[in-house]
Unconditional design. Structure first.
Length: 315
């Protein structure tokens, strides 16, 4: 099946509708009228012979076919944007060293993949990346940017919010066979937990106008997010895990989620840097790039949540 230039345009429009969340926002983002955006979507569905989106007056969601097609459309749009960015870099290519620190798990799963792409865009920028779950003294270590999952404590530093990560409650199938599956927030207090020492000892949930705070306890605790997830997979207790981390394991069947109809608090990710560093072109480029990259990760996590919600569970 040959792809016309007009269909390529429709594919990019479709990707923008998914990423912006609705037709109006997509139309504004790409400089088209809402009617033209709607035309492209209808024409694309007609050409493909499948329904890509479930539409209502208030919201839209991807069909299974739409989600699979979006992945290809997203790559096409990203490659086009990357080509334009590379041409811009040829005109004014930044260079120099950036020292970065971030937690181990989020570093390996999100930051390092982002830096891989960043280096392809800016090959003259050198990177010194320190992965540690300890809070590094930025000023003493000469760090340009620290990725942290909490707001600033030291007011002498500056921060820029990079992303908000969705979370879910998980346990291993073997654990649920032995201990049963919690169905209400109060049930959670009767279960073992793998304690992540860098967060508080309570799990906060909400449903409608009601909020719950559940004190958790367990015989295993760790300051490392990857170790926490491994212990949960091992059947040693429940845990709250970022969706980006849990999703591959849910697909593999080593983790299952619980209380999917309750909302959990998200994790805000910040880029923290020394005062005055915002004037550094290479640091501004990195911060802006990480924000854009995390938006893509966030939207993919949202699509994962929508798919799981349509199934009624994360398993």
């Amino acid at each position: 099946m040959n792809v016309s230039f007009e269909q390529l345009k429709s594919m990019v429009v479709f990707a923008q509708v998914v990423e912006q969340g609705n037709l109006t926002a997509a139309a504004k983002h790409i400089g088209l009228s809402r009617a033209v955006v709607s035309y492209h979507l209808k024409k694309l569905e007609s050409q493909l012979g499948v329904k890509l989106l479930n539409r209502s007056t208030r919201s839209l969601s991807l069909t299974q076919a739409g989600n699979e097609y979006y992945q290809s459309c997203r790559i096409i749009a990203e490659q086009a944007a990357l080509a334009n960015q590379q041409m811009e870099n040829l005109k004014h290519e930044p260079e120099g060293l950036l020292k970065i620190t971030c937690p181990v798990n989020v570093g390996l799963q999100m930051v390092v993949p982002a830096l891989n792409e960043f280096r392809r865009l800016y090959p003259k920028i050198e990177l010194d990346v320190m992965l540690t779950d300890e809070v590094v003294n930025i000023m003493q270590e000469g760090i340009d940017l620290a990725i942290r999952g909490a707001p600033l404590v030291d007011s002498s530093l500056q921060a820029s919010k990079l992303s908000t990560l969705a979370t879910c409650l998980c346990g291993a199938p073997d654990y649920f066979k032995k201990r049963g599956r919690p169905t209400t927030p109060t049930d959670l207090e009767q279960h073992d937990w793998v304690i992540y020492k860098l967060t508080s000892g309570a799990i906060k949930l909400s449903k409608g106008s009601r909020s719950y705070s559940v004190a958790v306890k367990g015989t295993i605790s760790t300051n490392n997010a990857a170790a926490r997830t491994a212990f949960i997979e091992g059947g040693h207790g429940l845990g709250r895990i970022p969706v980006y981390d849990a999703w591959p394991k849910i697909q593999a069947g080593t983790l299952e989620t619980i209380l999917d109809d309750y909302q959990l608090s998200n994790i805000d990710i910040y880029g923290v840097f020394p005062p005055g560093s915002a004037s550094s072109k290479k640091l501004r480029l990195l911060i802006d790039y990480l924000k854009e990259y995390f938006i893509r990760v966030d939207r993919q996590a949202l699509q994962n949540n929508l798919l799981l919600a349509n199934k009624g569970a994360y398993s």
